[in-house]
Design a protein around this ligand. Structure first.
Ligand SMILES: Cc1ncc(COP(=O)(O)O)c(CN[C@@H]2CONC2=O)c1O
Length: 517
């Protein structure tokens, strides 16, 4: 270990005092290098689990589940007849329909023997049948139930790389892609690789999606917060990041990476291209790994913003493999497809040395491989039907129908929140959430204190008990101290939105009446 630390120190001094030393074989989590000590890591994992929080399924949700039970056993016992789960970005649990073409291909790949039957041609579109044959031919021996390569089926990674290249206009390499059971395990893998001890820090946005704080806690690292600016529509200011980075370094924290969620969860902002360039420049200058969480890349609701991957931005600045370490996360859980339960996604890993890449592969191989249906779905998401395909018209109608409805719901809820006394709410430019700010009367804050809960949790609980609507307190995502928020999804079906808004308004008016200073 002396050898490792001295070469890391040598690398650090060569890079100058202000830069984070590059991620090298010697400077990744030694537990990854010594994977044999799995048992002790497991023990550490259990200890850390006790520390980590995951607000999206926290106490408010548990109470909602109890209320749901009560409604089933005692109908009419509450002033509402159903629980509306607006706490989790789980579109299909709230009635969103899956994309027909994706499900046709999945079904055919899952039961290849029906591909030859004449009835199949009456039930499935010709291009779904063709795509299923194409995909099955990429699976060795067409064995859809076999373990695959630990990074995922090569042919599917080729298809995803082609989809990334078509999206960005820059090449992508199948060997850089690790197919995973959703983006979550990919994030955990990178935290496992980067975090050696609590002396290693990861810059995270505040408010943040609690996967990051939970994963950092589970892997024994330090979360280095950078506050998004609510006053500028949740802007990510590099000056704020730099301040937090220098503060962490002054406390002896080796800041290794920065997580950027774009579009943002829970804040819904879409980064401007210029801002992205500043972030790439900053990462290159400071030697930070850029963890680009882009799972909402298809969820853009405003005309003045578009999604640019950080890979595209970096390459358009002339930065390649040798200039910046960039990990881009994608998922089948979001977008217009919302296939959360299918557990598909990937991370595209670029800018690491071959020996570090080998260690990432080793971590991926511990779980053998991700599920094959999720792999197939990820390849479909990145290569959907194109103009001229038989299914294109129906596919694009389903896709645009869902996205335009989400945009309308986002706007309707944003306007409703902004109409409430003491509530301000930034636009949801993308993603699936609104994060309104509560300017609560002092009496409400004191009542929360007396109940020993955070004011936004107090509000969320009262909202649930009065309306059956489940939201997540802002405390679960982090917020500027002294400010209070909650996160509400835009996912309830569109015909339910007016009822939700009227229930929200009625509750809020009575709440403010009760606690008026
Ligand atoms: C920003 C972000 N990254 C990663 C994930 C994980 O996605 P996978 O399903 O691919 O693992 C989520 C899930 N969103 C959570 C789940 O629902 N509501 C949320 O805030 C997310 O919001």
């Amino acid at each position: 270990s002396q050898l490792c630390s001295s070469s890391a120190a040598a690398a650090a001094s060569a890079m100058g005092p202000t830069q984070s030393p590059p991620v090298t074989f010697d400077s990744i989590n030694p537990k990854v290098l010594k994977l044999l000590l799995y048992t002790c890591t497991l023990l550490l994992f259990i200890i850390q689990v006790l520390k980590c929080e995951y607000a999206v399924r926290g106490e408010i949700v548990s109470h909602a589940q109890r209320l749901q039970q009560e409604l089933q056993t005692k109908p009419g016992s509450r002033p509402f007849d159903e629980i509306l789960y607006c706490n989790i970005g789980n579109p299909q649990s709230l009635g969103q329909q899956p994309i027909t073409f994706f499900r046709e291909v999945l079904a055919l790949c899952d039961h290849p023997s029906i591909l030859d039957k004449s009835e199949t041609h009456a039930l499935f579109s010709a291009d779904a049948i063709a795509r299923a044959w194409q995909i099955l031919d990429l699976i060795p021996g067409r064995a859809g139930g076999a373990y695959s390569h630990s990074q995922g089926i090569k042919g599917l990674r080729d298809a995803i790389a082609a989809g990334i290249a078509a999206r960005d206009g820059f090449p992508a390499n199948a060997d850089d892609i690790f197919l995973t059971d959703g983006a979550s395990p990919a994030v955990h893998m990178m935290m496992q690789l980067l975090i050696r001890s609590e002396k290693d820090g990861i810059l995270c946005p505040i408010p943040q999606y609690p996967l990051y704080s939970a994963s950092i806690a589970l892997h024994g690292g330090s979360l280095v917060p950078y506050y998004l600016n609510e006053a500028t529509g949740w802007g990510l200011e590099v000056s704020e990041v730099k301040k937090q980075l220098e503060d962490a370094r002054s406390k002896g924290i080796a800041v290794r990476a920065i997580a950027v969620i774009n579009p943002g969860n829970p804040t819904g902002q879409v980064l401007a291209e210029e801002n992205q360039r500043e972030i790439v420049e900053f990462c290159k200058k400071e030697g930070l790994v850029l963890l680009a969480d882009e799972v909402y890349q298809e969820n853009i609701y405003v005309d003045n913003k578009k999604f640019n991957s950080f890979k595209k931005i970096a390459r358009s600045m002339g930065y390649g493999e040798k200039d910046i370490s960039l990990v881009s996360f994608q998922s089948v859980s979001k977008g217009y497809h919302g296939e959360c339960g299918k557990r598909g996604g990937y991370m595209e890993v670029t800018g690491f040395s071959a020996d570090v890449r080998e260690q990432i592969y080793k971590v991926a191989s511990v779980n053998l491989c991700s599920n094959i249906s999720g792999q197939i779905l990820a390849s479909l998401v990145m290569n959907p039907p194109k103009v001229g395909d038989e299914s294109y018209e129906s596919f694009i109608a389903e896709k645009n129908g869902i996205l335009s409805s989400l945009a309308r719901r986002a706007k309707a809820l944003e306007d409703a929140f902004n109409s409430l006394e003491g509530v301000t709410c930034n636009k949801a430019e993308g993603a699936m959430y609104l994060f309104p700010r509560l300017h609560l009367p002092q009496k409400a804050i004191e009542a929360a204190k007396a109940a020993n809960v955070a004011p936004d949790a107090f509000y969320a609980r009262r909202l649930l008990d009065a309306t059956g609507i489940v939201v997540v307190p802002g405390s679960g995502f982090g917020q500027v101290p002294g400010t209070w928020h909650f996160r509400c999804t835009i996912l309830p079906q569109e015909d339910k939105i007016p009822a939700i808004i009227s229930r929200l308004k009625a509750f809020h008016e009575s709440f403010m009446e009760e606690f008026h200073d």
